[in-house]
Design a protein around this ligand. Structure first.
Ligand SMILES: N[C@@H](CCC(=O)N[C@@H](CS)C(=O)NCC(=O)O)C(=O)O
Length: 206
């Protein structure tokens, strides 16, 4: 399979998962800062102009973080990543979707790309503040859910951890937000994992 990512973008979570699972893949860097996602070559692969995307060996493309993560775990690592029941699957997807759709797309997007949310430069600080509020509210819920546990769903790593890993990379490393202690400790633990180290090294982040 071919895996399309941009260094330090949300695709880092999928990169981490691929390395954690240990499946073969060809990584292709699409540099968002250079606008590669809008160039003809990538639009031919993924007309949505977003990463992550995975071109599977049968020639079909998968997009959307949660869908790619779910497909990878179910196809290559069902034993490790579960879920063991339909209810558990729902709870994992509920957590993953909250992290991606709310904390990332509503919160971090406003902090990192405020200009996408207003045409007025005078509003940029306000937009970033609104984004920070969303991130911190989400972090409060996630901190409570994590508690003293090693992973966001408890004792076992799930695809929701792939999402929490990249968002905490932004929160802890890129933005140095005043996040709850257990989320910061979680990020440090996760980033010490060999798979995380490999993913970050492949993206030039360490
Ligand atoms: N809904 C998509 C969102 C992916 C997304 O927003 N990716 C960002 C990087 S974190 C991107 O490709 N941005 C490029 C752009 O907006 O031009 C998903 O879940 O995968």
């Amino acid at each position: 399979m071919k895996f399309y990512f941009s260094p330090g973008a949300c695709s880092l979570g999928i990169h981490f998962l691929l390395e954690e699972i240990g499946v073969d893949y060809d990584g292709v860097a699409i540099h968002i800062k250079n606008g590669d996602q809008l160039k003809e070559d990538y639009i031919r692969v993924n007309p949505k102009s977003k990463v992550p995307a995975v071109l599977r060996d049968d020639g079909s493309l998968l997009t959307e973080f949660g869908v790619i993560a779910h497909w990878l775990a179910q196809t290559y690592a069902k034993e490790t990543f579960g879920p063991e029941s339909f209810e558990e699957e729902l709870r994992i997807l509920e957590t993953l979707d909250y992290i991606v759709a709310t904390m990332h797309m509503q919160g971090f997007s406003r902090i990192l790309r405020p200009q996408k949310f207003t045409p007025n430069d005078a509003d940029l600080d306000w937009v970033q503040g609104a984004g920070t509020d969303i991130v911190m509210k989400a972090a409060g819920f996630l901190s409570k859910q994590l508690g003293d546990g090693p992973f966001i769903m408890g004792n076992r790593m799930t695809i929701a951890d792939a999402a929490l890993f990249y968002t905490m990379f932004w929160g802890v490393v890129r933005l140095e937000l005043d996040l709850p202690d257990n989320l910061i400790a979680y990020f440090r633990r996760m980033s010490d994992r060999p798979a995380a180290q490999r993913a970050m090294a492949l993206e030039g982040l360490v």
